[in-house]
Design a binder for this molecule. Structure first.
Ligand SMILES: Nc1nc2c(ncn2[C@@H]2O[C@H](COP(=O)(O)OP(=O)(O)OP(=O)(O)O)[C@@H](O)[C@H]2O)c(=O)[nH]1
Ligand SMILES: [Mg+2]
Length: 500
């Protein structure tokens, strides 16, 4: 065993992005050095294409020989990928749609999709996900296309991942890891980043496989952390160290997230005091949620033809044409099989949904299977609702992108989703009706509050009398202190006057 103190190699630093550690190779008792010769280069995608291709043809070479921690390895940018799916139920068109979505997800993650294979089976193979014959075919596809990664359209067990990697001899990841990767790339806020890291580690923990276990390699030569997920320390097998470090870091992240959540709860409480109706815009990824918020509020929320363009909830105020104020919150999109780790991590974000006065559930009307999107979204909402032990928020279904569908399709959708509002965030069609529906909904609830109305605001006083009720009033030096009962939406307009 090599003591870290005696190593001639420098400790890693946070910006050390060499994922292959020479020190470890040299200290490998199993003589890993020979096998690793070709890999003692950064593997972050800077390998020349021919080098990469040649790597794949070395017999018996598998990614398990790469000396990076599992977490680092899984976080490498995906580059050239082959997709593979198991079609267990539903129509051929649905199976295809699932693969098309997987391709869109892969591209969102920054990879180039070279090939896609799908296998019809009653259920995924317990040992290799796809059947062994298909696995050989997959290996061929990987070789001919020069892919460096295989992405499976499902959640694989750690054993399945390992077994499949042994056959195809390139990195294999599953849908869950892919979605986690996208979230990791897109998260911008401190809280979002912390949540994603936590989710990634949670996913990774049971999947640490102890690469090089067969060589009973012990870590040496590198202690301390590298950019947060450097996970080696002296005197333990690498996998033990990895696990311990990950757990420590997860605990730290959980503490941090709890702190951030507290300040948001305070913000939310302030909003509640103001009684401005809160409308949360939720729905499947790429359904047009941000576009709808923009169309309804005239603001510039990021819109992109990419999955998961929005990760952090964005709140925008809008005034309905009767002067009632509302707050729209744009939220992270949902996707089929949203990793449970993410549901967990984004719980506080999802609580925004559960917490709303009204959820505008946006559906892409131009998608081939809107019903599936709807149930995927409802499933996540129900999960959060069940855990919180609260009543589900009222929902208004909004079918978007009606500019992109023909009359026949429109009639079908109206038949199936009669209660929905039909809009186009792009052309503005249907928005007035949507506003009517919103107004009708929020008019149902009245609130009581105490306000200080300056003498100059006689207009407000008459409106309160018209639309609400004055419970008591008392004249002061600069105005009238009033206890009033008004529609919740009107309370928003009185926000600045709320008495301390
Ligand atoms: N044809 C058409 N396209 C739309 C409409 N609304 C949005 N889009 C397009 O759909 C894509 C996604 O729009 P976004 O508003 O970013 O969707 P989102 O639901 O916020 O997506 P995420 O934040 O990634 O989950 C963009 O390319 C928009 O231009 C619409 O009414 N009609
Ligand atoms: Mg968005």
């Amino acid at each position: 065993m090599t003591e870290s103190a005696s190593t001639p190699f420098p400790l890693s630093t946070p910006d050390d992005d060499d994922l292959v550690d020479l020190a470890d190779i040299e200290s490998s008792p199993g003589g890993g050095r020979d096998i690793l010769r070709g890999l003692a280069q950064p593997t972050t995608g800077e390998l020349q294409l021919n080098e990469r291709a040649s790597l794949q043809r070395v017999a018996g070479l598998s990614t398990e020989l790469t000396d990076v921690t599992e977490v680092e390895y899984r976080q490498l940018r995906l580059e050239r990928v082959v997709l593979v799916g198991v079609w267990t139920e539903g129509s051929a068109a649905q199976a295809r749609a699932s693969m098309v979505e997987l391709a869109a997800l892969a591209e969102t993650a920054g990879s180039e999709v070279l090939d896609a294979l799908i296998q019809r089976r009653s259920r995924p193979d317990s040992s290799t996900y796809i059947g062994s014959g298909k696995a050989d075919e997959l290996r061929e596809a990987v070789l001919t296309s020069g892919a460096d990664t295989v992405i499976c359209d499902g959640e694989l067990t750690p054993a399945q991942l390992t077994a499949l990697e042994k056959i195809v001899k390139v990195k294999v990841i599953d849908r869950t890891a892919l979605i986690l990767d996208i979230f990791a790339q897109h998260a911008t806020s401190r809280e979002g980043k912390a949540q994603v890291s936590l989710a990634q580690m949670e996913y990774m923990l049971p999947r640490l496989r102890g690469w090089g276990e067969s060589m009973s390699r012990q870590a040496g030569g590198r202690a301390g952390s590298n950019g947060g997920v450097g996970l080696r320390g002296p005197g333990e097998t690498k996998i033990e160290t990895d696990r311990r470090r990950i757990r420590e870091r997860m605990a730290k992240l959980r503490r941090e997230i709890r702190g951030m959540k507290k300040s948001r709860t305070v913000m939310r409480a302030a909003r509640e005091r103001n009684a401005i109706p809160r409308l949360t815009v939720a729905g499947y990824t790429n359904a047009g949620k941000s576009s709808l918020v923009n169309a309804m509020t005239g603001s510039g929320v990021l819109v992109q033809d990419a999955l998961f363009a929005t990760l952090d909830p964005t709140t925008r105020r809008a005034t309905l044409d009767d002067g009632r104020a509302v707050v729209f919150t744009d939220t992270v999109g949902f996707v089929r099989h949203l990793p449970t780790q993410l549901v967990e991590a984004f719980r506080s974000t999802l609580e925004e949904v559960v917490d709303a006065d009204l959820v505008l559930h946006v559906v892409d009307g131009s998608d081939a299977f809107p019903a599936e999107q709807i149930s995927a979204v409802r499933q996540v909402i129900n999960e959060v609702v069940a855990d919180e032990g609260v009543a589900p928020p009222p929902e208004l279904l909004v079918v978007n992108k009606i500019d992109a569908i023909d009359a026949t399709r429109m009639a079908e959708l109206r038949g199936a989703l009669g209660d929905a509002a039909f809009v186009s965030a792009r052309t503005g069609e249907g928005l007035p009706e949507l506003f009517d529906r919103i107004r009708e909904f929020i008019g149902r609830s009245d609130v009581e509050l105490t306000i200080d109305v300056p003498y100059t605001r006689g207009d407000l006083v008459s409106r309160i009398h018209e639309e609400g009720e004055v419970l008591s009033s008392e004249h002061t030096a600069d105005g009238t202190r009033m206890r009033v009962r008004v529609p919740a939406a009107f309370a928003g307009a009185l926000e600045e006057l709320t008495a301390p």
